[in-house]
Unconditional design. Structure first.
Length: 277
């Protein structure tokens, strides 16, 4: 009887692991298809952009012209789509930056289905669009990644030579964040070495800003500190307040001033117009 119970438990656990393995992507990516709004709602001028990922997948994004301070390539998190990022667009616009915000494959109006390699191909296509279609020099582009987007931005920063890299509320690796939330599963076996931001830090040579909140309920705050310690100089750490999704808003003026100081370091204080209010 006891042996049968043990076999049931072991078999049930094995099925749970198999289920998690087969549905791993659906536990990582939470795309929304419909765009609920656009930058014009906030009075922001923008260009609707269609472009190709590195593997040819057709993607969609918005390009917002700035005031000559530099260009931000925005890699968003794992949920929603670009229409959920208008608060950030307003902040970067006030700071004088042009912004290219794009949807990964399977998100918003972008075709395809999300995957780790697919997202890397997507940011590669976005980088090429800025460089080849807009003629924007790499030394004037800052890569920005929030949450999962930080892993995507770090991949691009390792491959290219941007002016800077911003990692906001970003985890060290998918396996590390998975172990935190699903400690009862062999997460490393399921995820492998996916989205390993930490491993890339030693190869990134541009200035880095890491932003993290001690109140983050999704990404443990030690992830931000570990990434910061692994980054080369020059680097900055910006402590946020509030939860994972809204820490940048909760931090308020401190967040904007922290970004502004980093952009001054990267582009110089005379580049563009500084509009910290």
């Amino acid at each position: 009887m006891k042996m049968r119970l043990v076999l049931y438990i072991v078999g049930g656990y094995a099925l749970l692991v198999l289920f998690a393995f087969l549905l791993a992507d659906s536990l990582v990516f939470f795309p929304r298809g419909e765009l609920r709004t656009d930058p014009s709602e906030r009075g922001l001028e923008y260009e609707d952009v269609s472009f190709r990922a590195g593997d040819g997948t057709l993607l969609h994004g918005w390009f917002l012209p700035g005031k000559g301070r530099g260009t931000l390539l925005f890699c968003h998190g794992n949920a929603g789509n670009i229409s959920h990022r208008l608060d950030s667009l307003e902040i970067f616009h006030r700071l004088g930056l042009s912004v290219f915000l794009f949807d990964y494959r399977g998100y918003g109006k972008s075709g395809g289905k999300p995957s780790e390699e697919g997202l890397y191909s997507d940011v590669e296509g976005a980088w090429r669009w800025l460089a080849e279609e807009r003629g924007i020099r790499p030394e004037t582009i800052v890569l920005f990644g929030r949450s999962l987007g930080g892993a995507v931005a770090a991949w691009a920063a390792e491959k290219h030579s941007p002016a800077g890299l911003i990692l906001e509320s970003t985890f060290t690796s998918l396996a590390d964040i998975g172990k935190h939330h699903y400690f009862f599963l062999p997460v490393k076996l399921i995820t492998g070495d996916s989205f390993n931001t930490l491993d890339r830090m030693k190869n990134i040579t541009c200035p880095v800003l890491v932003a993290s909140s001690p109140e983050d309920e999704i990404v443990p705050p030690e992830h931000g500190r570990i990434l910061f310690e692994a980054a080369r100089q020059p680097k900055r750490f910006l402590e946020l307040t509030g939860d994972h999704n809204w820490g940048f808003m909760s931090t308020g003026r401190g967040y904007v001033e922290g970004l502004d100081a980093f952009f001054n370091e990267v582009f110089g204080s005379e580049a563009g117009r500084n509009e910290v209010e």
